[in-house]
Design a protein around this ligand. Structure first.
Ligand code: ZN
Length: 208
C-alpha cells in the first residue's frame, strides 16, 4: 500500500458558486419541465397479474399525496404512449384513473378520475381497442357513444364529465379496470381464448 508521500496531491477544491448569487429566474415552462423530470415512471403491470382482475378500494384520503400519485400516473401513461391508465396497472388497488385522449398534447385535456362511476350512457359504438397491460393485442369492443361520469378530483371535489366517442370509450375502459374487468372480457370467447393462448406461449418463452 503506498504511503501518503506517493499518493497524488488532492485536487484543488473547485470554486463554489456563492450561495448568495442570484439564480436565473425560472420560467413557468422550465419549472414544469423540471417537475415532470422528477416524476416517477411506474412500470405497467401486465396481464396475468391477479391485481388486474380484482375490484379496487374506494379512495378516502385526498390531497397532496394523491395529487402526486395522479401526476406520476400521467407521466407513466405518457411514457407508455397510452391515453388512459388505472391504478391497478401500476400495482395499486385503488379507485383512481387518469385519462388524456390527446396523449399529452393538450395539458387542458388531463382528466383525473377518483372514485368514478358512469351515471348515464347513450348510444353504441364498435371500435378497436387496446390496453397498456395487454400490449400487442387489440380487438373490437362495443361501448356507449356518450357517457356521463361522476367522480372526484385529487382534492376530493366532486364533478361530472361527459365524454363522447374515444373519451367515452376511455372512461368505460378505465372504470372497467377499477372493477377488475379487462377489455378482452368484452371480446368473443374465441377471440379472447386466442389472445390468452398467445400470451401463455409468450410467457413460456419469457417474452411476456
Ligand atoms: Zn387498459
Amino acid at each position: 500500500m503506498p504511503d501518503k508521500s506517493t499518493t497524488s496531491k488532492p485536487a484543488a477544491p473547485k470554486p463554489v458558486t456563492p450561495a448568495a448569487e442570484p439564480q436565473e429566474p425560472q420560467t413557468a415552462a422550465a419549472a414544469t419541465e423540471t417537475l415532470s423530470a422528477l416524476r416517477k415512471i411506474y412500470p405497467i403491470v401486465k396481464y396475468g397479474d391477479p391485481i388486474l382482475e380484482k375490484s379496487t378500494l374506494a379512495v378516502k384520503e385526498f390531497g397532496a399525496e394523491l395529487e402526486q400519485l395522479t401526476e406520476d400516473m400521467f407521466a407513466s401513461m405518457y411514457a407508455a404512449q397510452g391515453v388512459g391508465l388505472a391504478a391497478p396497472q401500476i400495482g395499486m388497488s385503488l379507485r383512481v384513473a387518469v385519462v388524456d385522449v390527446t396523449a399529452g398534447k393538450n395539458p387542458e385535456a388531463k382528466i383525473v378520475l377518483v372514485n368514478p362511476e358512469v351515471i348515464h350512457y347513450e348510444g353504441e359504438k364498435r371500435e378497436e381497442e387496446g390496453c397498456l397491460s395487454i400490449p400487442g393485442f387489440r380487438g373490437y369492443v362495443v361501448r356507449p357513444q356518450f357517457v356521463t361520469v361522476k367522480a372526484q378530483n385529487a382534492k376530493g371535489e366532486p364533478f361530472e364529465i361527459r365524454g363522447e366517442d374515444l373519451l367515452a370509450r376511455a372512461f368505460c375502459h378505465e372504470i372497467d379496470h377499477l372493477n377488475g374487468i379487462l377489455f378482452i372480457q368484452h371480446l368473443s370467447m374465441l377471440k379472447r381464448d386466442l389472445i390468452k393462448r398467445k400470451i401463455k406461449k409468450m410467457r413460456k418463452l419469457g417474452e411476456w
